[in-house]
Design a binder for this molecule. Structure first.
Ligand code: AMP
Length: 419
């Protein structure tokens, strides 16, 4: 290998100690999402740049600053996906899903790419787990998506994550609000930075995303979007809130929450955790009633969310971590003069009975074997010394209980299952 070759800035390797936990989280996601009737979609990592420019919006940070965009060998502009909702919408149109039984419920899982300044919880390649309901405009879908999300997080053991909720209204509300915001900010034009001055013309709502303290101060007295809602958007939000109460979903109203993507309409939400530091959002989502038609498809509304898996795993409750790590294979060791094939034979017997096992191929002392097994996080160890070979048994040690017994390998799977 060349000297000093390393991962690209903002990307990282996930090694077995972590991937085991990721796989356990993903397994829960697959089970819970399937229980709500969601099917998996896998879209390409590479899409045409135009998809995100049209879908996510030209004036957003993602499209304006953060995309990995390059020309392929034929000079076509392609982009490593920075998010997946636009890709799911493209697939919906491309595969004529409007003719499928409605609503279409899809989930996805995979890497996303954004050229952001790396810091804790923020990578240039990160991973999202997301779900989309396409084809229903009623608030019941919004409520169901939140139920799914909270059930999933609940099964991972999260208890005190905060749900922030807002509405950005429909097209009419946004238009009215954009004008009100522009009228309010125009006299302060000189106090706005270059980005916000540009947005004042192109897309005033985006200014609400600003991180510049002086601009945030200005915005404190700005008109609220809630005051510009059309009656239809207001009804949608009221009904959603009634449903959330009905299903005992707690949330905080946050009228500054607009989310960094242009396609949202009506409901928007975020889930934040105090444990994450500056990058505190674990999940973001909302309704996008015009995305599919904006991309050239039929008028099909949608709602969905994306969970940042890197951040989720970072704050995963300890209990879930331990349970996920507890699934380490049984360590089988042949001791002293005993040939390693005895260890392989015992491990094969366990695997044949559906128990994961790894045979130690180098003969070791009991002490060294137990130490290594403990380091690997294994719970069960099988030791085979000369006496065991003669008696046709093995010695089984359950490290978590500190117990040991001699028994025939054939009965071990049942014992481990009950342990
Ligand atoms: P968004 O697509 O911006 O709504 O993001 C949804 C979720 O993805 C966020 O709440 C984060 O948890 C996660 N996320 C977004 N950007 C990054 C990043 N650069 N690194 C890690 N996670 C991210």
């Amino acid at each position: 290998m060349g000297q000093g070759l390393k991962t690209v800035k903002g990307t990282r390797d996930l090694l077995p100690a972590e991937t085991g936990i990721w796989a356990a989280v993903e397994a829960v996601a697959r089970r819970v999402f399937a229980s709500y009737g969601f099917g998996e979609i896998r879209t390409p990592v590479l899409e045409s740049t135009e998809l995100f420019v049209r879908g996510v919006g030209e004036s957003t940070d993602i499209v304006g600053k953060e995309m990995y965009t390059f020309a392929d060998k034929k000079g076509r502009s392609v982009t490593l996906r920075p998010e997946s909702t636009a890709a799911v919408a493209r697939a919906f149109i491309e595969h004529g899903m409007a003719s499928w039984p409605s609503p279409v419920r899809l989930f996805y899982l995979g890497p996303q790419f954004r050229y952001e300044r790396p810091q804790r919880g923020r990578y240039r390649q990160f991973h999202q787990l997301g779900a989309e309901v396409l084809g229903d405009e009623g608030p019941t879908s919004d409520a169901e998506v939140l139920l799914l999300l909270l059930r999933f997080l609940g099964e991972l053991g999260f208890r005190d994550l905060e749900v922030l909720l807002n509405t950005v209204g429909d097209a009419a509300s946004r238009q009215a609000y954009g004008e009100a915001l522009r009228a309010y900010l125009e006299p302060y034009r000189d106090r706005l930075g270059e980005d916000s001055r540009r947005r004042l013309v192109s897309n005033p709502l985006r200014i609400l995303d600003t991180k510049v303290p002086a601009e945030r101060e200005l915005l404190a007295d700005a008109p609220a979007l809630g005051d510009c809602l059309s009656p239809a958007a207001r009804d949608h939000f009221d009904e959603l809130r009634r449903l959330l109460d009905r299903f005992a979903i707690g949330y905080c109203l946050d009228d500054r929450l607009v989310r960094g993507l242009d396609y949202y309409t009506k409901t928007v939400f975020e889930i934040v955790s105090g444990e994450l530091g500056a990058q505190n959002a674990v999940c973001g989502g909302g309704r996008y009633d015009r995305l599919i038609s904006d991309l050239g498809g039929p008028e099909v509304p949608g709602i969905g969310f994306a969970i940042g898996l890197d951040r989720l795993v970072d704050i995963l409750p300890q209990k879930f971590r331990q349970r996920a790590a507890g699934g380490q294979p049984v360590v089988v060791a042949a001791l002293g003069e005993v040939a390693p094939e005895h260890a392989i034979a015992a491990a094969e017997a366990l695997r044949g009975a559906g128990v994961a096992a790894v045979a130690e191929l180098v003969s070791r002392s009991v002490k060294a074997t137990l130490k290594r097994a403990d380091k690997k996080g294994a719970r069960h160890v099988v030791l085979i010394g000369e006496e065991e070979v003669e008696a046709g048994v093995v010695t089984w040690k359950d490290l978590s209980r500190g117990e040991q017994r001699r028994l025939a390998i054939a009965v071990l799977p049942a014992e481990i299952g009950g342990a």
